[in-house]
Design a protein around this ligand. Structure first.
Ligand code: SF4
Ligand code: MG
Length: 335
Protein backbone atom coordinates (compact mmCIF):
# COMPACT_ATOMS: atom_id res chain seq x y z
CA UNK A 1 0.00 0.00 0.00
CA UNK A 2 1.10 3.57 -0.68
CA UNK A 3 1.76 6.37 1.77
CA UNK A 4 -0.89 7.47 4.27
CA UNK A 5 -0.52 11.14 3.37
CA UNK A 6 0.69 12.56 0.07
CA UNK A 7 1.20 16.26 -0.52
CA UNK A 8 1.74 17.35 -4.13
CA UNK A 9 3.00 20.77 -5.20
CA UNK A 10 1.11 22.53 -2.46
CA UNK A 11 1.04 26.35 -2.59
CA UNK A 12 -0.65 29.05 -0.55
CA UNK A 13 -0.49 32.68 -1.63
CA UNK A 14 -2.10 35.47 0.39
CA UNK A 15 -3.00 38.71 -1.35
CA UNK A 16 -1.99 41.80 0.61
CA UNK A 17 -3.96 45.02 0.34
CA UNK A 18 -6.94 43.31 -1.25
CA UNK A 19 -10.50 44.27 -0.35
CA UNK A 20 -11.41 47.88 -1.09
CA UNK A 21 -8.26 48.29 -3.20
CA UNK A 22 -9.73 45.66 -5.57
CA UNK A 23 -6.28 44.60 -6.72
CA UNK A 24 -3.75 43.27 -4.22
CA UNK A 25 -0.54 45.28 -4.18
CA UNK A 26 1.50 42.25 -3.23
CA UNK A 27 1.22 38.53 -2.79
CA UNK A 28 2.72 36.64 0.14
CA UNK A 29 3.94 33.29 -1.09
CA UNK A 30 3.62 31.56 2.27
CA UNK A 31 3.96 28.06 0.79
CA UNK A 32 5.34 27.28 -2.66
CA UNK A 33 5.60 23.92 -4.45
CA UNK A 34 5.72 21.75 -1.33
CA UNK A 35 5.62 17.97 -1.88
CA UNK A 36 6.17 15.13 0.59
CA UNK A 37 4.59 11.94 1.83
CA UNK A 38 4.09 10.34 5.23
CA UNK A 39 3.80 6.61 5.84
CA UNK A 40 1.56 5.00 8.45
CA UNK A 41 3.21 5.15 11.87
CA UNK A 42 5.91 7.57 10.70
CA UNK A 43 6.94 10.95 12.12
CA UNK A 44 7.79 13.62 9.57
CA UNK A 45 9.09 16.80 11.15
CA UNK A 46 8.82 20.09 9.31
CA UNK A 47 11.48 22.44 10.62
CA UNK A 48 12.39 26.03 9.89
CA UNK A 49 12.60 29.53 11.33
CA UNK A 50 9.44 31.46 12.11
CA UNK A 51 7.73 32.72 8.95
CA UNK A 52 9.01 29.86 6.76
CA UNK A 53 5.47 28.61 6.08
CA UNK A 54 5.47 25.51 8.26
CA UNK A 55 2.30 26.47 10.19
CA UNK A 56 0.56 27.27 6.93
CA UNK A 57 1.39 23.75 5.73
CA UNK A 58 -0.27 22.39 8.91
CA UNK A 59 -3.41 24.46 8.25
CA UNK A 60 -3.49 23.34 4.61
CA UNK A 61 -3.26 19.69 5.68
CA UNK A 62 -6.16 20.14 8.09
CA UNK A 63 -8.05 22.03 5.39
CA UNK A 64 -8.44 24.99 7.72
CA UNK A 65 -7.38 27.04 4.69
CA UNK A 66 -7.69 26.16 1.00
CA UNK A 67 -4.55 25.80 -1.11
CA UNK A 68 -3.80 28.16 -4.00
CA UNK A 69 -2.46 25.13 -5.86
CA UNK A 70 -1.60 21.50 -5.27
CA UNK A 71 -3.22 18.48 -3.69
CA UNK A 72 -3.47 16.70 -0.35
CA UNK A 73 -4.24 12.99 -0.58
CA UNK A 74 -5.15 10.59 2.21
CA UNK A 75 -4.63 6.96 1.20
CA UNK A 76 -4.51 8.19 -2.39
CA UNK A 77 -7.78 10.16 -2.21
CA UNK A 78 -7.75 13.92 -2.85
CA UNK A 79 -9.39 15.55 0.19
CA UNK A 80 -10.52 18.54 -1.92
CA UNK A 81 -12.92 16.26 -3.79
CA UNK A 82 -14.54 14.73 -0.69
CA UNK A 83 -18.27 15.16 -0.11
CA UNK A 84 -19.97 15.51 3.26
CA UNK A 85 -19.92 11.98 4.64
CA UNK A 86 -16.47 11.24 3.21
CA UNK A 87 -15.20 14.50 4.63
CA UNK A 88 -16.51 13.49 8.05
CA UNK A 89 -14.81 10.12 7.76
CA UNK A 90 -11.57 11.81 6.77
CA UNK A 91 -11.83 14.25 9.67
CA UNK A 92 -11.94 11.29 12.06
CA UNK A 93 -8.64 10.03 10.68
CA UNK A 94 -6.69 13.28 10.93
CA UNK A 95 -6.52 15.34 14.10
CA UNK A 96 -4.55 18.37 15.20
CA UNK A 97 -2.66 19.31 18.36
CA UNK A 98 -2.01 23.02 18.70
CA UNK A 99 0.90 25.01 20.06
CA UNK A 100 -0.96 26.87 22.74
CA UNK A 101 -2.76 24.59 25.17
CA UNK A 102 -4.21 27.71 26.81
CA UNK A 103 -6.14 29.25 23.94
CA UNK A 104 -7.04 26.01 22.13
CA UNK A 105 -9.14 24.57 25.00
CA UNK A 106 -12.63 25.89 25.75
CA UNK A 107 -12.29 27.41 29.26
CA UNK A 108 -15.95 26.71 30.14
CA UNK A 109 -15.80 22.96 29.53
CA UNK A 110 -14.43 20.38 31.94
CA UNK A 111 -11.49 18.21 30.90
CA UNK A 112 -13.87 15.30 30.39
CA UNK A 113 -16.14 17.34 28.11
CA UNK A 114 -13.17 18.68 26.16
CA UNK A 115 -11.71 15.30 25.31
CA UNK A 116 -15.03 13.64 24.42
CA UNK A 117 -16.28 16.59 22.34
CA UNK A 118 -14.80 15.36 19.00
CA UNK A 119 -16.49 11.97 19.39
CA UNK A 120 -19.80 13.59 20.28
CA UNK A 121 -19.74 15.30 16.89
CA UNK A 122 -20.23 11.80 15.51
CA UNK A 123 -22.29 9.93 18.09
CA UNK A 124 -24.41 10.60 21.17
CA UNK A 125 -22.90 9.41 24.43
CA UNK A 126 -24.65 8.77 27.73
CA UNK A 127 -22.95 10.44 30.69
CA UNK A 128 -21.79 7.00 31.81
CA UNK A 129 -20.20 6.35 28.41
CA UNK A 130 -18.69 9.82 28.37
CA UNK A 131 -17.09 9.32 31.79
CA UNK A 132 -15.73 5.90 30.88
CA UNK A 133 -14.24 7.26 27.67
CA UNK A 134 -12.77 10.32 29.38
CA UNK A 135 -11.19 8.16 32.10
CA UNK A 136 -9.67 5.89 29.48
CA UNK A 137 -8.28 8.76 27.40
CA UNK A 138 -6.90 10.53 30.47
CA UNK A 139 -5.12 7.35 31.46
CA UNK A 140 -3.64 7.05 27.96
CA UNK A 141 -2.02 10.47 28.35
CA UNK A 142 -0.82 9.77 31.89
CA UNK A 143 -3.47 11.68 33.87
CA UNK A 144 -5.69 10.53 36.72
CA UNK A 145 -9.36 9.90 35.78
CA UNK A 146 -10.51 12.35 38.47
CA UNK A 147 -9.00 15.14 36.39
CA UNK A 148 -12.04 14.91 34.09
CA UNK A 149 -13.92 17.24 36.41
CA UNK A 150 -11.32 20.01 36.27
CA UNK A 151 -11.51 23.15 34.15
CA UNK A 152 -8.52 24.08 31.95
CA UNK A 153 -7.73 26.97 34.31
CA UNK A 154 -7.18 24.42 37.09
CA UNK A 155 -4.51 22.55 35.12
CA UNK A 156 -0.81 23.17 34.46
CA UNK A 157 0.54 23.86 30.97
CA UNK A 158 1.78 20.29 30.64
CA UNK A 159 -1.56 18.88 31.79
CA UNK A 160 -3.40 21.07 29.31
CA UNK A 161 -1.23 19.81 26.47
CA UNK A 162 -1.88 16.22 27.60
CA UNK A 163 -5.57 17.11 27.41
CA UNK A 164 -5.10 18.46 23.88
CA UNK A 165 -3.45 15.16 22.95
CA UNK A 166 -6.22 13.12 24.61
CA UNK A 167 -8.79 15.06 22.62
CA UNK A 168 -6.87 14.37 19.39
CA UNK A 169 -6.71 10.66 20.31
CA UNK A 170 -10.42 10.32 21.04
CA UNK A 171 -11.30 9.50 17.42
CA UNK A 172 -8.40 7.01 17.06
CA UNK A 173 -6.78 8.96 14.23
CA UNK A 174 -4.21 7.52 11.82
CA UNK A 175 -2.46 10.89 11.61
CA UNK A 176 -1.92 13.76 14.03
CA UNK A 177 -0.75 17.16 12.83
CA UNK A 178 1.08 18.81 15.72
CA UNK A 179 2.08 22.47 15.32
CA UNK A 180 4.82 23.32 17.84
CA UNK A 181 3.05 21.24 20.52
CA UNK A 182 5.78 21.65 23.14
CA UNK A 183 7.25 25.09 22.43
CA UNK A 184 5.00 26.83 24.99
CA UNK A 185 6.07 24.40 27.74
CA UNK A 186 8.98 24.28 30.21
CA UNK A 187 11.91 22.21 29.00
CA UNK A 188 11.35 19.47 31.63
CA UNK A 189 7.69 19.17 30.62
CA UNK A 190 8.62 19.19 26.92
CA UNK A 191 10.54 15.91 27.32
CA UNK A 192 7.57 14.28 29.07
CA UNK A 193 5.16 15.30 26.32
CA UNK A 194 7.54 14.17 23.55
CA UNK A 195 7.99 10.80 25.22
CA UNK A 196 4.22 10.50 25.58
CA UNK A 197 3.84 11.10 21.84
CA UNK A 198 6.52 8.47 21.11
CA UNK A 199 4.77 5.95 23.38
CA UNK A 200 1.40 6.61 21.76
CA UNK A 201 2.93 6.16 18.33
CA UNK A 202 4.37 2.79 19.38
CA UNK A 203 1.12 1.68 20.93
CA UNK A 204 -1.38 2.97 18.37
CA UNK A 205 0.69 3.22 15.16
CA UNK A 206 -0.15 6.90 14.73
CA UNK A 207 1.70 8.93 12.10
CA UNK A 208 2.75 12.49 12.96
CA UNK A 209 3.43 15.58 10.96
CA UNK A 210 5.28 17.50 13.59
CA UNK A 211 5.99 21.19 13.06
CA UNK A 212 8.87 22.67 15.04
CA UNK A 213 11.56 25.33 15.01
CA UNK A 214 13.55 23.40 17.65
CA UNK A 215 16.19 21.06 16.24
CA UNK A 216 16.67 19.35 19.62
CA UNK A 217 12.99 18.35 19.60
CA UNK A 218 13.16 17.29 15.95
CA UNK A 219 16.23 15.11 16.47
CA UNK A 220 14.46 13.39 19.38
CA UNK A 221 11.31 12.35 17.56
CA UNK A 222 11.63 12.53 13.75
CA UNK A 223 11.98 9.63 11.36
CA UNK A 224 12.38 12.04 8.45
CA UNK A 225 12.83 15.80 8.39
CA UNK A 226 11.71 18.42 5.86
CA UNK A 227 13.62 21.68 6.21
CA UNK A 228 11.66 24.72 5.00
CA UNK A 229 13.00 28.10 3.99
CA UNK A 230 10.72 30.93 2.86
CA UNK A 231 7.84 28.68 1.84
CA UNK A 232 9.83 25.91 0.16
CA UNK A 233 11.33 22.60 1.25
CA UNK A 234 15.11 22.90 0.76
CA UNK A 235 16.11 19.50 2.17
CA UNK A 236 14.15 16.34 2.96
CA UNK A 237 16.11 13.52 4.58
CA UNK A 238 16.07 10.71 7.12
CA UNK A 239 16.64 12.25 10.55
CA UNK A 240 19.97 10.52 11.28
CA UNK A 241 21.41 11.41 7.88
CA UNK A 242 20.29 15.03 8.16
CA UNK A 243 21.94 15.61 11.53
CA UNK A 244 25.04 13.56 10.69
CA UNK A 245 25.63 15.33 7.40
CA UNK A 246 23.40 18.23 6.37
CA UNK A 247 23.72 18.90 2.64
CA UNK A 248 21.82 22.13 1.99
CA UNK A 249 23.79 25.19 3.21
CA UNK A 250 20.72 26.37 5.13
CA UNK A 251 20.35 23.04 6.97
CA UNK A 252 24.05 23.16 7.71
CA UNK A 253 23.77 26.66 9.13
CA UNK A 254 20.66 25.79 11.18
CA UNK A 255 22.38 22.80 12.77
CA UNK A 256 25.57 24.81 13.33
CA UNK A 257 23.54 27.56 15.05
CA UNK A 258 21.63 25.18 17.34
CA UNK A 259 22.90 24.52 20.83
CA UNK A 260 24.95 21.32 20.80
CA UNK A 261 23.78 18.90 23.52
CA UNK A 262 26.33 16.32 22.38
CA UNK A 263 29.89 17.65 22.92
CA UNK A 264 31.25 14.92 20.64
CA UNK A 265 29.43 16.38 17.69
CA UNK A 266 31.60 18.62 15.57
CA UNK A 267 30.25 22.12 15.23
CA UNK A 268 30.25 23.28 11.64
CA UNK A 269 31.77 26.65 10.97
CA UNK A 270 28.88 28.12 9.04
CA UNK A 271 27.36 31.12 10.74
CA UNK A 272 23.75 31.86 9.78
CA UNK A 273 24.13 35.42 8.60
CA UNK A 274 21.38 37.99 8.34
CA UNK A 275 17.65 37.90 8.96
CA UNK A 276 15.03 35.78 7.21
CA UNK A 277 13.91 37.92 4.24
CA UNK A 278 10.25 38.86 3.93
CA UNK A 279 8.02 36.38 2.08
CA UNK A 280 6.27 39.44 0.56
CA UNK A 281 9.26 40.23 -1.59
CA UNK A 282 11.50 37.18 -1.45
CA UNK A 283 14.96 37.24 -3.06
CA UNK A 284 15.08 36.07 -6.68
CA UNK A 285 16.34 32.63 -7.64
CA UNK A 286 17.27 30.65 -4.55
CA UNK A 287 15.67 32.65 -1.73
CA UNK A 288 18.58 31.70 0.54
CA UNK A 289 21.21 33.35 -1.70
CA UNK A 290 21.66 36.60 0.33
CA UNK A 291 22.62 34.49 3.37
CA UNK A 292 24.42 31.68 1.59
CA UNK A 293 28.22 31.42 1.97
CA UNK A 294 28.63 29.39 -1.25
CA UNK A 295 26.20 31.17 -3.60
CA UNK A 296 27.13 31.46 -7.27
CA UNK A 297 25.70 33.73 -9.99
CA UNK A 298 23.08 31.21 -11.03
CA UNK A 299 21.60 31.22 -7.49
CA UNK A 300 20.32 34.78 -8.00
CA UNK A 301 18.47 33.82 -11.17
CA UNK A 302 17.09 30.27 -10.97
CA UNK A 303 15.05 28.60 -8.26
CA UNK A 304 16.82 25.31 -7.54
CA UNK A 305 14.46 22.31 -7.84
CA UNK A 306 14.24 19.73 -5.05
CA UNK A 307 16.07 16.75 -6.53
CA UNK A 308 16.94 13.26 -5.25
CA UNK A 309 20.52 12.63 -4.10
CA UNK A 310 22.28 9.25 -4.41
CA UNK A 311 21.75 8.57 -0.66
CA UNK A 312 17.98 8.97 -0.96
CA UNK A 313 17.57 12.45 0.44
CA UNK A 314 16.22 15.43 -1.52
CA UNK A 315 18.05 18.75 -1.78
CA UNK A 316 17.27 22.03 -3.55
CA UNK A 317 20.66 23.61 -4.23
CA UNK A 318 22.47 24.46 -7.45
CA UNK A 319 25.87 23.78 -5.88
CA UNK A 320 25.26 20.87 -3.52
CA UNK A 321 22.95 18.68 -5.61
CA UNK A 322 25.31 16.76 -7.91
CA UNK A 323 24.10 15.46 -11.24
CA UNK A 324 21.82 18.44 -11.58
CA UNK A 325 22.28 22.17 -11.52
CA UNK A 326 25.77 23.42 -12.21
CA UNK A 327 27.27 19.97 -12.51
CA UNK A 328 24.90 19.01 -15.32
CA UNK A 329 25.49 22.35 -17.00
CA UNK A 330 29.22 21.64 -16.96
CA UNK A 331 28.53 18.14 -18.33
CA UNK A 332 26.47 19.64 -21.16
CA UNK A 333 29.26 22.05 -22.05
CA UNK A 334 31.87 19.25 -21.87
CA UNK A 335 29.81 17.11 -24.26
FE1 SF4 B 1 23.32 28.64 -1.72
FE2 SF4 B 1 22.94 28.69 -4.35
FE3 SF4 B 1 22.54 26.44 -3.01
FE4 SF4 B 1 20.85 28.48 -2.75
S1 SF4 B 1 21.22 27.30 -4.60
S2 SF4 B 1 21.67 27.24 -1.14
S3 SF4 B 1 22.24 30.21 -2.85
S4 SF4 B 1 24.46 27.53 -3.26
MG1 MG C 1 4.08 28.88 13.59
Amino acid sequence: SGPLLTVENLAKHYPLGAGFLKKPFAVVRAVEDVSFSVDAGETLCIVGESGCGKSTVARLLMRLVDPTAGRVLIDGTDIAGLRNHELRAWRRRMQMVFQDPYSSLNPRLTAGQIITEPIENFERLSSKQRNALAADLLQKVGMAPEMMHRLPSELSGGQRQRLGIARALSLKPSLIIADEPVSALDVSVQAQILNLLLDLQQEMGIAFVFISHDLGVVEHIAHRVAVMYLGRIVELAPCDALFAKPVHPYTEALIAAAPVPDPMRIRLEVPLQGEVPSPINPPSGCAFHPRCPIAVDRCRIEVPPLVPMPDGRFVACHVRAPGTGIQSQVDTIAN
